[in-house]
Design a protein around this ligand. Structure first.
Ligand code: IMP
Length: 190
């Protein structure tokens, strides 16, 4: 069975591919010749995930899923949330985003945060959402070189290391995306 994962982010693609059963042939946007930057103009993670999946299904007629992720920081009232990618500007730089977040939190004792992922699946004639979340805290400095995005400053509750210090196999077991993908897989094998 072929399924498109609508992302240009190779790190995300690798994480999800590592979880997929072998009978699912996971295709990237590059594999289907889609080089567009798909607009993410919705106000919610659910809306953005659906926009990305619908773009592929409508333009290419393929079964597809996409994910949209937000980092919700308690002391910032849930920011950056749905605006996580562009938190420090349109350049969507992970370094700039992390620096801005560390600076916003420099005088805050409450470092609690949560990653939330929404996956939107378009399969034949059904559209369905799956969510996953992981609780943790924002560290005071960047640690680790694995992963991507905010990983160097996010420490999940159950480990004393940031996501960027943990191997992908462990991140996948406990992460927002890993949990959402497990729900997606359970649905696919029903
Ligand atoms: P999007 O889902 O690609 O729009 O991601 C929104 C923002 O969250 C981007 O800045 C990503 O780099 C970041 N992000 C998404 N997933 C993760 C993750 O698993 N770890 C760290 N940052 C992430």
């Amino acid at each position: 069975m072929q399924l498109v994962f609508a992302t240009h982010n190779q790190n995300k693609f690798n994480e999800v591919k590592a979880l997929m059963p072998s009978y699912i042939e996971l295709l990237s946007l590059t594999d289907i010749g889609c080089f567009n930057e798909i607009p993410e103009t919705a106000q919610t993670l659910e809306g953005n995930a659906q926009l990305k999946s619908n773009f592929v299904t409508e333009k290419y007629g393929l079964n597809c899923f996409s994910d949209d992720t937000g980092l919700l920081v308690v002391a910032l009232g849930g920011a950056p949330g749905v605006y996580s990618a562009r938190y420090a500007g349109e350049q969507k730089s992970a370094t700039d985003n992390m620096n801005k977040l560390l600076s916003e939190l420099h005088d805050k004792n409450n470092r609690q945060a949560k990653f939330k992922t929404v996956i939107a699946l378009n399969l034949e004639h059904e559209s369905i959402l799956f969510t996953g979340a992981v609780e943790g805290e924002i560290t005071h400095e960047k640690n680790g070189t694995d992963g991507f995005g905010y990983d160097p400053i996010f420490k999940p509750l159950t480990y004393n290391k940031t996501f960027a210090e943990l191997p992908m196999s462990i991140k996948n077991k406990i992460s927002h995306r890993g949990k959402a993908v497990q729900k997606l897989i359970s649905h696919l094998i029903k």
